[in-house]
Design a protein around this ligand. Structure first.
Ligand SMILES: C[S@@+](CC[C@H](N)C(=O)[O-])C[C@H]1O[C@@H](n2cnc3c(N)ncnc32)[C@H](O)[C@@H]1O
Length: 389
């Protein structure tokens, strides 16, 4: 398979990964710790789900009463519409239901709703879920699912990774509260970054878990294509295949405590004297970019507390970002033109290759660059920030 197809296959396959219960619980707990009533009286929509598989549906159905939800709605995408098709078999749950339909089971999406106690056990939980086929295939862009979006208060899911930009725009156009999972790189997308800069979207609380990677459950028949990290057996004896995806984050506009904790920092002088990083310790000053008026700060914990100018920091700053402590000025990638980051110039390119660097670089390219003595450097993705005073 040519590389491009392989990359595409991998991308689409990631779209079929299922979020683990423990990851959902950890993230939602951060919102609940900050505001115990965050879900009270709310209608929660879980789109791009697969309610019979979904830990999102399970989590919110189990906690329906405790959170004081008004309504829980989850929708799934029809098997025939998925780009990556698995050997689909309707579950026994669906097949044994009087409304089971041979055709709709693969062509239509499904909707599960939970509003009240139907079983008479005085609790609202998984057993009270009602379902039917959607008229459409469950595509989040359909009019049918849009109507559900419009009537809901909070949207929570792991949307297909390959459609993250479109999915976030779909939420923003309806001005909803949300918590969704996406790749860390989405931060600098031109559709996403302005929202982060304007403090309308921020990262969730999960970065400390597994170094920012997340473990996913994958359907058995696509598991062999992947690097299966672990095989578990669930409570009904079914094998669960687990894989790991690096650089995954929650993107949200729900408040949580970490956002309000200031990052503890040392002064510039103390960093230069005592930093644990050899790129900083013992130097006279922080490196200055050649083509933009800002200093290069290669580690988040090396941000000087007393520097008033602009600082270029790794994108992982957003894991620890407190909007009262810092202001985001821009980013060195998708905003380079807007910020006036100048082209690197031919001399920089010549020096770059002469020093044995291999990556593609062009004189007209305007990414942040800097020199240390004669040596040239092109830092990995940087966010430009300033202290708020
Ligand atoms: C990464 S999986 C996550 C599933 C579930 N939300 C979870 O986290 O466990 C994304 C799901 O979205 C579905 N999907 C793909 N394209 C879609 C679309 N256009 N509209 C709705 N769902 C879609 C995929 O088939 C898959 O079931």
């Amino acid at each position: 398979m040519p590389n491009e197809n392989l990359a595409q296959a991998k991308k689409v396959k990631n779209d079929e990964f299922y979020t683990q219960y423990s990851d959902i619980e950890k993230e939602m707990s951060a919102y609940l710790d900050f505001n115990p009533n965050v879900f009270r009286g709310k209608t929660i929509l879980l789109p791009c789900d697969d309610p019979e598989w979904s830990n999102f549906t399970k989590y919110f159905a189990q906690n329906f009463d405790r959170f004081g939800l008004k309504e829980l709605i989850s929708t799934s995408y029809a098997m025939e519409s998925k780009t990556y098709k698995s050997n689909y078999q309707p579950t026994l749950f669906e097949k044994s239901n009087p409304q089971f339909d041979e055709i709709k089971t693969s062509l239509n999406g499904k909707i599960f709703t939970l509003t009240s106690d139907r079983t008479g056990d005085q609790r609202v939980n998984v057993d009270d879920l009602e379902w039917h086929y959607l008229q459409c295939d469950g595509d989040f862009r359909s009019e049918e699912v849009k109507k559900l979006r419009n009537k809901s208060d909070i949207i929570i899911t792991n949307p297909p990774f390959s459609m993250f930009r479109e999915f976030l725009a779909w939420i923003m156009e309806a001005d909803k509260q949300f918590s969704i999972i996406g790749n860390m790189n989405a931060i600098t997308y031109k559709e996403v970054f302005p929202l982060i800069k304007a403090n309308k979207v921020w990262l969730g609380n999960n970065y400390k878990v597994n170094g920012g990677a997340m473990f996913y459950e994958i359907p058995e028949d696509i598991a062999n294509l992947d690097q299966v990290r672990e095989i578990r057996t669930n409570e009904i004896g079914k094998k669960i295949y687990i894989t790991r995806v690096q650089g995954v984050r929650w993107f949200t506009n729900l408040d949580h405590g970490r956002l309000h904790q200031p990052l503890p920092l040392m002064t510039m002088a103390d960093n230069l004297k005592f930093s644990k990083h050899k790129q900083i310790k013992g130097k006279q000053y922080y490196d200055q970019y050649d083509n933009y008026d800002a200093i290069e700060v290669p580690y988040v914990d090396a941000i000087p507390s007393d520097y008033d100018g602009v600082m270029g920091v790794p994108i992982s700053i957003l894991d620890k970002y407190n909007p009262d402590q810092f202001e985001i000025v821009g980013n060195g990638q998708t905003m380079a033109d807007e910020l006036g980051i100048k082209p690197v110039g031919q001399k920089f390119v010549d020096d770059y290759y002469e020093q044995g660097n291999k990556g593609q670089i062009h004189a007209k390219w305007n990414n942040l660059v800097y020199h240390v003595g004669e040596k040239v450097f092109v830092p990995y993705q940087r966010i430009l920030i300033k202290h708020r005073r």
